[in-house]
Ligand binder design. Structure first.
Ligand code: BGC
Length: 892
């Protein structure tokens, strides 16, 4: 593999996307080569439109040879792309010697681009119900679920009379849906269309159903549940359902392209019928109830007798804004077998060994018809071995299955998701074994981009817990937690976790989509919401929460080089700062601080809320100035830089005393002052106070959600990586490893979610799967493995690889797929020195700072040449500048 190779080809940041609707998609690829100094110097892209059946290709754009050095966001500049068409793009590169690579190709398919492409209408169940109702009794489900309606089954039949070459299903729901064509499930999306702020837009999905279509009779079926549209969601009991509407609706259009060049549409509207079925109700928070005796049989196949079904009603209201996909859908990405099944009371407790977000697939055997099996879920067990469910609050997270007495019966809920490690099963007449249950992990199917491993098993478990926290909470939106009655896109949680998430996985498309909801939730005055999409929690503008609307687009730009997103976000970022300034002209953020949550869940410390708010005001203003500079808006850059200066001066006047003590004197107050450079000339004094506040707490942290993300990075920046390591490796309460020692498999919401002394924290708010305290993951990559980029670099084009090696960890191996290609930083402490293994992708150049004296490569002193541009010693190590390639060094 000596050549330059382009891999991981993407359009609009997605692999072979179906149904995108951006006017000028951006192409992307990563580079690899084993050759030192390999570099891309140009690219050549040819885009062809593929006709149905992929027979002929029609060239639509030839980029010509264009000078370039990487595959980050190369924009399509050809003529307008057409509705529903598939395009192949072919890529060739030129390397540093002018040698051209072989062509590689990929494709993307456009969605419905013109408003009149949308011919289907929303359809729904019959709204006028005639039926007898009995009063509730102990046998009826809970009061919360009693009024939840059955999931709808909608169907139509149609004939295909001529030879066809291609078929596409465009579909979505006000609710959640699954479609079937002729008995086969269409696609593998779960909980589609996911959750966007439906008042703004709903995403439709595009499926290639050519292989499912029949010549002759066909049947199209849609199963529809409540989801985020009308089901229970969020924690405000006064408004816990009907967030967007009162009944779910489906929308679908099937396009058939015939061999003779004509085409036909089958759309939701006239001619559809609807029925209930086995799903008695389904709800994201409450769970699902399934009666196998009511299964409908072959309702998605032609010829099914639907005489008893009713005509579906058509919604005459506006269609709303339907948009193409932006990011990876939710899928069932992993299946975990139960690791144990134990008898408990009159039921069984299953342990899946991992706290996950998703559901369980059960197999029941030989139950008699009418047997009601009840499944409940929990993250942890009580000391008596029973489920601890109090922390789920009003989320009932209960599934029921009524057996049809059919021998071996399998059941997996369709339209619910739980956060759990354990499941309790009651009501079975027969036995249950571990092999009868499998946990199904649901999440947006985002590619992992980072891996990190060390010699220390506890740190590895912590890292796994962080990763699982991300898996479990990147479901539709970045949620705070997957289990209780909340599951909202809290803006601070994800703001502090963003960098960790972006090292772990290619979250670019996911955030691009979600940030639209952050912007949509911005008030007319300019205040960003505390949660996005904005439901239930209608508050806005809390310090460090609202700031997410500035911090995340900026970090997304730094990590992925996403300039278009920065441009799209810029006006809203500016409006946020203008709003804060208008209300706080003296620079101290006191007014319009919303719920001002402060350093949420800090322990044994009280960081002053105005200190935190004002620090964030300065930080966000500085980021807006940086964004203005990046977008070449020089006047804005100057204006916001000056404002940031005034806020810093105000901060100092108001909160810093003559001894450089910040009001409140907490770890977080110094972390903010140092991280956001609020008084650079007091750097050393602040650093001294920070260390003192840690020592005063017996060497322990006191930080909450906000401070914690700065703790290890700031300690490292003041030359105290040793102390950061000590905090990382502590396992007494409060610390990261405390929960690891208690057997945690995800990051807890609170440092003291459970302690030996006090047991469980208040069940009113005690999730065992919140990622915010896991924001230390960023530091593991950035400072322990040492994979970082220069302050003014984007997309890791200019790497800074500087591992910090301290006591407690003897080796680290980390890989990270940057937007340009894969970086590796591995180090090992050996008996008499260090061993380093570094890989720099083509398209980057790296500055390495490697601890140890007398750096050698292949036994000889590291010297200029063969990819190494510069070598110089510094106190305690060697600094090098290297081109792309793989390097192995030793040092003493
Ligand atoms: C959520 C948090 C969130 C917070 C706001 C909680 O209920 O779970 O993660 O940021 O409220 O203070």
């Amino acid at each position: 593999m000596d050549n330059l190779i382009a891999y991981d080809l993407r359009a609009e940041h997605l692999h072979e996307p179906m149904g995108i609707d951006v006017e000028r998609p951006r192409f992307g690829w990563r580079l690899r080569s084993d050759r030192r100094g390999a570099r891309q110097t140009g690219h050549h892209i040819v885009v062809e439109q593929l006709s149905a059946g992929n027979a002929e290709a029609l060239e639509v754009w030839d980029s010509d040879w264009t000078a370039s050095s990487d595959g980050v966001d190369v924009e399509y500049l050809g003529p307008p792309l057409e509705t529903g068409k598939r395009y192949r793009w072919q890529l060739r590169l030129r390397d540093e010697a002018g040698v051209e690579t072989d062509a590689v190709d990929s494709w993307f398919e456009m969605g419905l681009l013109r408003p009149d492409d949308r011919r289907a209408r929303w359809i729904h169940r019959v709204t006028r119900v005639d039926g007898a109702t009995d009063p509730p009794s102990d046998a009826t489900p809970s009061l919360a679920t009693r009024r939840l309606p059955p999931a709808d089954h909608l169907r139509t039949e149609f004939q295909v009379r001529r030879p066809f070459v291609r078929a596409r299903l465009y579909a979505t729901a006000r609710g959640v849906y699954v479609a079937w064509l002729n008995g086969a499930r269409v696609g593998d999306h779960e909980l589609a269309p996911g959750w966007t702020d439906y008042r703004d837009r709903i995403v439709y999905q595009t499926f290639d159903v050519t292989d499912l279509l029949n010549r002759g009779a066909n049947a199209l079926g849609i199963m529809l549940g409540e989801g985020w549209w009308s089901g229970f969601y969020g924690s405000d009991r006064r408004r816990q359902g009907f967030h967007y509407g009162e009944l779910p609706e489906a929308w679908a259009q099937l396009r058939i392209d015939y061999a003779d060049g004509s085409s036909e549409l089958v759309v939701t509207g006239e001619g559809w019928t609807v029925s209930g079925g086995p799903i008695l109700y389904s709800d994201l928070l409450m769970g699902e109830s399934y009666d196998a005796r009511r299964e409908l049989g072959a309702w998605t196949e032609p010829g099914f007798d639907a005489a008893a079904w009713q005509p579906a009603e058509i919604d005459d209201g506006p269609l709303g804004r339907l948009v193409g996909i932006r990011d990876e859908p939710i899928r069932a990405v992993e299946r975990l077998p139960a690791v144990a099944c134990t008898r408990h009371g009159d039921g069984w407790i299953l342990d899946f060994g991992q706290n996950i977000s998703g559901r369980v697939r059960f197999t029941f055997r030989d139950e008699s018809s009418g047997t009601i099996v009840r499944m409940r879920y929990a993250e942890v067990l009580q000391s008596d071995g029973s489920l601890y469910t109090e922390n789920l609050r009003t989320a009932e997270a209960t599934d029921t299955f009524v057996s049809a007495g059919a021998g071996v019966e399998s059941y997996e809920p369709s339209f619910t998701s739980h956060g759990f490690r354990y499941a309790e099963v009651t009501g079975l007449a027969g036995r249950l074994e571990a092999g009868d249950a499998e946990a199904v992990v649901l999440r947006n199917d985002i590619c992992w981009s980072g891996s990190f491993e060390t010699s220390n098993p506890d740190v590895n478990q912590l890292e796994r817990n962080i990763r699982w926290g991300q898996r479990d909470n990147f479901v539709a939106v970045p949620t705070d937690c997957p289990q209780r009655d909340e599951r909202l896109g809290w803006t601070a949680d994800v703001q502090v976790f963003f960098a960790t998430a972006a090292y772990n996985a290619d979250v670019q498309a996911f955030f691009d989509r979600w940030l639209r909801d952050v912007r949509f939730g911005q008030t007319e005055e300019g205040s960003f919401p505390d949660v996005a999409p904005k439901i239930t929690i209608l508050t806005e503008g809390a310090p460090a929460w609202g700031d997410g609307g500035v911090v995340i687009p900026w970090k997304q730009y730094q990590f992925f080089g996403d300039r278009r997103l920065l441009e799209e976000s810029y006006a809203s970022m500016v409006r946020w700062i203008d709003f804060l300034e208008l209300n706080n002209p003296d620079g101290i953020w006191r007014r319009r601080a919303g719920k001002n949550y402060g350093d949420w869940l800090q322990v044994d410390a009280t960081t002053d809320r105005h200190v935190l708010a004002t620090a964030y005001f300065a930080y966000s203003t500085e980021l807006v100035a940086a964004a203005a500079t990046a977008l070449r808006r020089d006047d804005d850059a100057a204006r916001y830089r000056a404002l940031a200066g005034r806020i810093r001066a105000a901060f100092r006047r108001e909160f810093v005393d003559d001894n450089a003590m910040v009001k409140g004197d907490t770890q977080t107050s110094y972390l903010l002052a140092l991280a956001f450079k609020l008084a650079p000339d007091l750097h050393d004094q602040f650093a001294g106070h920070l260390v003192r506040t840690i020592e005063e707490h017996g060497g322990s942290l006191t930080t909450g959600f906000i401070g914690v993300s700065l703790l290890c990075p700031v300690l490292t920046s003041i030359g105290r990586a040793d102390l950061a390591y000590r905090l990382l490796l502590r396992d007494g309460y409060p610390s990261w490893l405390y929960s690891v020692r208690q057997g945690a498999t995800t990051i807890w919401e609170r440092w003291d979610g459970w302690t030996k002394e006090h047991g469980f924290q208040s069940a009113k708010m005690n999730s065992f799967n919140h990622y915010a305290l896991g924001s230390v993951g960023e530091w593991l990559y950035r400072s322990v493995a040492g994979i970082d980029q220069a302050a003014d670099s984007t997309a890791f084009r200019r790497l800074e690889i500087a591992p910090h090696i301290e006591t407690g960890i003897t080796w680290v191996t980390a890989d990270y797929d940057t937007p340009v290609g894969r970086v590796r930083s591995a180090w090992r402490r050996e008996k008499d020195g260090y061993l380093y293994e570094i890989a720099v992708p083509p398209g980057s150049r790296a500055r390495l700072r490697l601890p140890g004296k007398g750096l050698r490569e292949d036994g000889a002193p590291a010297a200029q040449g063969a990819g190494i541009e510069d070598v110089r010693e510094y106190d305690g190590g060697t600094e090098l500048v290297v081109q792309s390639g793989n390097y192995v060094f030793t040092a003493e």
